[in-house]
Design a protein around this ligand. Structure first.
Ligand code: PMT
Length: 406
């Protein structure tokens, strides 16, 4: 089979850390941005170094950390110009009231503020301060000015503050900032396309309390929903029982059994431009689940009669005008061969193969994409990164088929 490479461009940002208590959370933010496949160059203010050491960021980002305007390690000693060139955004997190005031007034008295003024890329600011400082008319004016100058403001959130007070001013959680930045940077390659996704396991009742299910966590399907949303799609997510929070902005439908999932898919398939079946749907259900809890004392041996569930993916792909269909194949061996056989049998243009025992429940995944043109292996990566790469690949195939958004 021919091998080909999906075009997946890596994003990179300057992470500016200023001197708020929340500076320690910027270490986690560095990790979370990397988890989304974003390269991080850290620049710190002097005050931030009183909160957390540059060595921490250097170890996490794998790059020297800059804070000095005249650092000789930067070509031409022009750190304020060089560091932001070629970057996709400057993210300031945490941004103190003082730093926001500087930004709003165009002050440039240290490396980070000068770099923000000299940048060509978008500016994203995550404020963090005491609630009174946030509410102060001066801060309100400065934030308003920044917004009018085109900056994006993430947060702040309300809650317990380091000073012991409670109110608005906490920095958003690093994971939320990283998701917002990743979404901001994602190319809108599925703008206006309706994407229907199934995720998680199904649960097939045996009686009123017991059932047959599997260990799917929903992480892969939810990550794909997020990536599709960030690509500008209109996303409907039909999910089996999982404990994940759904990405804000998706139309969420919760189901329990395969039959319920099938009904929900049937109601939405005609409007979808793309269907992605990530759910681990039970192949069988109990023929006649008991309407009461089965008593152990009533049975020496208990036999369950199982009947097959409908194949949801095959049904969608077999419609007269099907959406662009993507299936997932979870196999424990002969991955490519079994997945390709499944792709042909279910008549789907793209099948994503993964090793069941390694993919299910895990945070990372390693997948192979199989379509008419051949196979392409994506390297093992966090599911968020795999999801973005997959969406990039799907968008390309979708566009190459001359599909109009629907
Ligand atoms: O949820 P996670 O913990 O993140 O794990 C992710 C995952 C391993 C569940 C996911 O990556 C995955 O592989 N999902 C598909 C699992 C599966 O059911 O594979 P399958 O080979 O049995 O099914 C093939 C395809 O047919 C799938 O797209 C499935 O959604 C679909 N199918 C299967 C049976 C059925 N009755 N109806 C279906 O639509």
């Amino acid at each position: 089979m021919k091998r080909y490479v999906a075009d997946i461009s890596r994003k990179s940002v300057v992470l500016g850390v200023t001197g708020g208590i929340a500076a320690y959370k910027a270490a986690q933010l560095t990790r979370d941005l990397q988890r989304h496949g974003i390269d991080v160059q850290v620049v710190m203010t002097r005050a931030a170094q009183g909160m957390i050491t540059p060595a921490t960021f250097q170890a996490l980002s794998g790059k020297p950390v800059y804070s000095d305007m005249w650092d000789t390690g930067v070509p031409d000693s022009m750190a304020h110009i060089e560091l932001s060139r070629g970057k996709n955004a400057v993210v300031v997190a945490p941004a103190t009231a003082d730093f926001i005031a500087k930004l709003a007034n165009g002050l440039a008295d240290d490396l980070l503020s000068t770099l923000c003024l000299a940048r060509e890329c978008p500016l994203i600011v995550a404020p963090a301060m005491n609630r009174q400082m946030w509410d102060h008319p001066a801060t309100r004016r400065n934030v308003d000015r920044l917004l009018r100058d085109g900056a994006s403001i993430l947060g702040p959130a309300s809650g317990d503050q380091a000073c012991g007070e409670v109110g608005m001013g906490r920095m958003l959680e690093p994971g939320d900032i990283a998701e917002a930045v990743a979404g901001f940077l994602a190319p809108k390659i599925l703008k206006g396309v309706r994407v229907l996704i199934t995720a998680g396991p199904t649960f097939e009742p045996i009686d009123t309390v017991r059932g047959i299910t599997n260990r799917s966590s929903g992480k892969m399907g939810y990550a794909i929903a997020r990536a599709a949303l960030d690509a500008g799609a209109d996303v409907t997510l039909i999910t089996g029982p999982v404990s994940l929070a759904a990405p804000a902005g998706v139309a969420l439908m919760r189901v329990t059994t395969a039959a319920e999932m099938f009904e929900a898919v049937k109601r939405n398939a005609a409007r979808a431009g793309i269907y992605i079946g990530v759910a681990a749907v039970a192949d069988y259900r109990v023929d006649k689940p008991s309407r009461h809890k089965i008593k152990k004392t009533d049975h020496d041996r208990l036999k369950l009669a199982l009947v097959p569930n409908p194949d949801i993916l095959a049904w969608v792909a077999g419609r007269p005008r099907p959406p662009f269909c993507v299936g997932f194949a979870a196999e424990s061996r002969n991955l490519d061969a079994y997945a390709d056989e499944k792709r042909r049998r279910k008549k789907v243009p793209l099948m994503v193969a993964n090793l069941a025992q390694e993919a299910i429940g895990a945070d990372d995944n390693e997948v192979t994409l199989l379509d008419d043109r051949g196979t392409h292996k994506l390297p093992r990566a966090p599911k968020e990164v795999v999801a973005r790469q997959l969406i990039a690949h799907i968008a390309k195939l979708y566009a190459s088929r001359g599909r109009k958004p629907r």
